[in-house]
Design a protein around this ligand. Structure first.
Ligand code: ADP
Ligand code: GLC
Length: 494
């Protein structure tokens, strides 16, 4: 296949800065595309936490001027490095005022008041950087609202720029809930002309909606699982954009994320106390005991341990879990939770750990090593999400022989097959209704299986451990889409 120039921009990338799965994806997909022979360049902000020396980042010569409406020309410097384990260049846009802060998007639970300027700046800088590098992209690939301005800019500011003459655009929706909605003053910074401030493009309730504009202007859009691509066309999952997305369904695709198995495999994981594989699970028992110890729970191999790692956000079903917890604590189980986010949840679950010190362990915070140890040491992994565009933890769990209990939505539904006790087939336990009863009923089913159907449970583990969600498969899906959108775009232009 023809070698493509691909410019990917995102607000977070593993290992440099991460708040969720978006970072995992942008840390891995470009490498898989590179393996397919493409010239891929990644752009992200140089947040305060991105350590220049640690990653041996080098400054790019000169500075980058970005026009920001009435703010005038805003200058930034650019650092360049590579995605670890590859030769894929990653460029960091440095601007002390916009990115030299503690958080990525917020601090102490408060979103930054100038997130519109910060991420419009990132999007514009990515486009300008391509020009500066004389890198003429065949495709610009934007991700979520933070870089959704790129396809808008491609069709306006850069509409007749020879450097983007044959460039097509893709916008990946990792999460439709967050849309980048701002006061209409953002139009000034975008500086694309007020004619684009209308209900069919960027305007919504007299404000600017960046994701909406991106959806309209991108040559193609995709969601991170097939099921989620269907769901976002419905009012239940559309967050007000369902009709718009439905109207653009002909350019909507679903590509399931992959997993970086060099990071997430029990055979090679350096964060876990003992590595293991499907032929010999004795290391997993050691991981379980260590995990119980880490959470001050009794070290018991005869009780199923249920893990949960994730943002404490409504999306993740923490409200359901909170309602179901009284029932769950009546079961003969142990639970460990790692997460941070909504304050009420942090307080509520900390109260539960005080009440049930023998059963319930909690760590409030963000700890990558502990996330790995929970994947490895748990018997079951709970993801009761209200919606889940793809979800990565359930896929990691499969690899570690940790059986997922999931709500059948989005990527959770696409990646987990329900257990069938007759045939001993399936990879996890699923529930459908977003109710505490459905959640606790299904946990009970999983726990009963653990206690009373150990052959079935072992088979489930092994079924899951055999599954693979490799990035090269997902990357081929993207490659196919890139080619389609370039062809389509050329047809429109001719
Ligand atoms: P989302 O992107 O919606 O948060 P995903 O399942 O796609 O959900 O990805 C979440 C990623 O973030 C996983 O790699 C998970 O291990 C990680 N993660 C989430 N919360 C924490 C935490 N508190 N500590 C460490 N890792 C976390
Ligand atoms: C979002 C979604 C999550 C998905 C991740 C990576 O954060 O909430 O389901 O796995 O993006 O695409």
């Amino acid at each position: 296949m023809e070698r493509l120039n691909i410019l990917i921009a995102a607000s977070e990338v593993v290992p440099f800065a991460k708040s969720g799965g978006l970072a995992d994806v942008i840390g891995a997909l470009p490498k898989a595309l590179r393996q397919l022979g493409h010239d891929v360049r990644v752009v992200m902000p140089r947040y305060y936490i991105v350590d220049i020396e640690y990653y041996s980042l080098k400054p790019l010569e000169g500075s980058l001027g970005v026009h920001m409406g009435s703010m005038g020309e805003v200058w930034s410097s650019v650092y360049v490095g590579v995605l670890p384990g590859s030769d894929v260049p990653i460029y960091f846009i440095e601007h002390e005022g916009f990115f030299g802060r503690k958080g990525l998007y917020d601090e102490d639970g408060e979103g930054y008041g100038d997130n519109d300027n910060r991420f419009i700046f990132l999007s514009k800088a990515a486009m300008q950087l391509a020009k500066k590098l004389h890198f003429r992209p065949d495709v610009i690939h934007a991700n979520d609202w933070h870089t959704a301005a790129m396809p808008i800019l491609l069709n306006s500011t850069y509409g007749s720029d020879p450097d983007f003459e044959n460039t097509g655009s893709l916008l990946t929706i990792h999460n439709l809930q967050h849309q980048g909605k701002f006061y209409k003053g953002a139009m000034d910074v975008l500086d694309i002309g007020w004619e684009h401030f209308n209900a069919s493009e960027l305007e919504e309730y007299d404000g600017v909606n960046l994701l909406k504009g991106g959806i309209v202007h991108a040559d193609a859009i995709n969601a991170v699982s097939k099921k989620y691509a269907q769901e976002i066309r419905t009012p239940e999952f559309g967050w007000g954009l369902d009709s718009l997305i439905d109207a653009h369904a002909s350019k909507l695709h679903g590509i399931l994320n992959g997993v970086d198995y060099t990071e997430w495999s029990p055979e090679v994981d350096n964060f876990i106390p003992r590595q293991f594989d499907s032929d010999d699970l004795s290391g997993k028992a050691i991981c379980k005991a260590e995990l119980q110890k880490a959470f001050n729970l009794p070290e018991r191999s005869d009780v199923p341990l249920i893990g949960l790692v994730g943002r404490f956000a409504e999306q993740k079903g923490i409200g359901l879990l909170a309602s179901a917890i009284w029932h769950l604590m009546g079961l003969n189980i142990q639970m460990v939770l790692l997460g941070t986010g909504e304050r009420w949840a942090e307080h509520f679950f900390s109260d539960i750990s005080g009440r049930y010190p023998e059963k319930f362990g909690l760590f409030v915070g963000y700890r990558n090593d502990l996330a790995h140890r929970i994947e490895a040491g748990s018997d079951l992994f709970l993801m009761p999400s209200l919606f889940e565009p793809c979800g990565l933890n359930q896929i990691y769990s499969l690899r570690y022989g940790t059986v997922p209990i999931v709500r059948a939505t989005g990527g959770l539904d696409d990646t987990i097959d329900n257990y069938d006790a007759e045939t001993k087939s399936g990879t996890g336990f699923k529930f459908y209704d977003a109710t505490p009863e459905a959640l606790s009923g299904t946990v009970q089913w999983a726990v009963d299986t653990w206690y009373h159907d150990s052959t079935g449970f072992e088979q489930l583990r092994r079924n899951g451990m055999k599954k693979r969600f490799d990035w090269d498969v997902a990357a081929k899906g993207y490659e196919y889409l890139y080619h389609r959108l370039i062809d389509g775009r050329l047809r429109i232009r001719r």
